[in-house]
Design a protein around this ligand. Structure first.
Ligand SMILES: Cc1cc2nc3c(=O)[nH]c(=O)nc-3n(C[C@H](O)[C@H](O)[C@H](O)COP(=O)(O)O)c2cc1C
Length: 187
């Protein structure tokens, strides 16, 4: 099962257009998590306390962990997230907070090193930017570090289209070229 996490917000999202193209290439069964429809709140003290209590009791079947369970069980993962303020929309961070659960998506070795517990071997990160993504570390770079360093997902792929909001840009051409880059991944 491919887990498709849609962190886009605009109905006419270019990021979603690219991610849908990728999903079509991957084929197979997909589960969608449309973050804009999920009402995922930032973690507050009550939610954190409840989560600690559930973890201490080993109650990982609780609905509070539904995103983490789903993420851990996916065979492949797509994250679609527009480039916002040098990273991604905050709802993506709120979602990732729910996914990072010790005992479900990762655990710690006796040496205190995170050990991944996710089934997926590959994660695709799809993004589009109004300008250029000069530094990937806060967006894709952050997700890649989580994937490889915590979740045990060793293979991450960045798919991007840039300069979409630059005056005079040929948006159609840029998106077509990005789709062409996706196609090349499947030759
Ligand atoms: C709140 C917000 C923040 C943005 N921040 C950046 C930015 O830091 N750098 C940039 O190049 N473009 C930025 N953009 C432009 C978007 O990255 C660009 O329009 C992107 O293609 C939007 O993706 P979408 O079509 O999937 O919604 C921002 C747009 C919005 C709405």
């Amino acid at each position: 099962m491919i887990l498709y996490i849609d962190g886009t917000l605009r109905p006419e999202s270019r990021t979603r257009e690219l991610a849908e193209h990728l999903a079509g290439k991957l084929g197979g069964e997909r589960e969608y998590v449309r973050l804009s429809q999920e009402n995922i709140l930032p973690m507050d003290f009550n939610a954190l306390s409840e989560r600690d209590r559930l973890c201490a009791n080993g109650d990982f079947d609780d609905p509070a962990f539904k995103y983490a369970r789903q993420f851990a069980n996916a065979d492949e993962i797509i994250i679609a997230a527009p480039f916002w303020n040098l990273s991604f929309p905050s709802v993506v961070k709120a979602y990732l907070e729910r996914v990072c659960v010790v005992g479900l998506t990762f655990c710690y070795s006796e040496q205190g090193v995170p050990v991944g517990m996710c089934r997926a071997k590959k994660l695709y990160y799809v993004t589009t930017a109004g300008g250029t993504i000069a530094d990937e570390s806060f967006g894709y770079g952050y997700v890649r570090t989580l994937a490889t360093g915590m979740f045990g997902i060793g293979d991450t792929v960045l798919i991007k289209a840039e300069n979409l909001d630059v005056f005079g840009s040929d948006v159609h051409k840029i998106i077509s070229e990005a789709k062409g880059e996706i196609d090349k991944l499947f030759i």
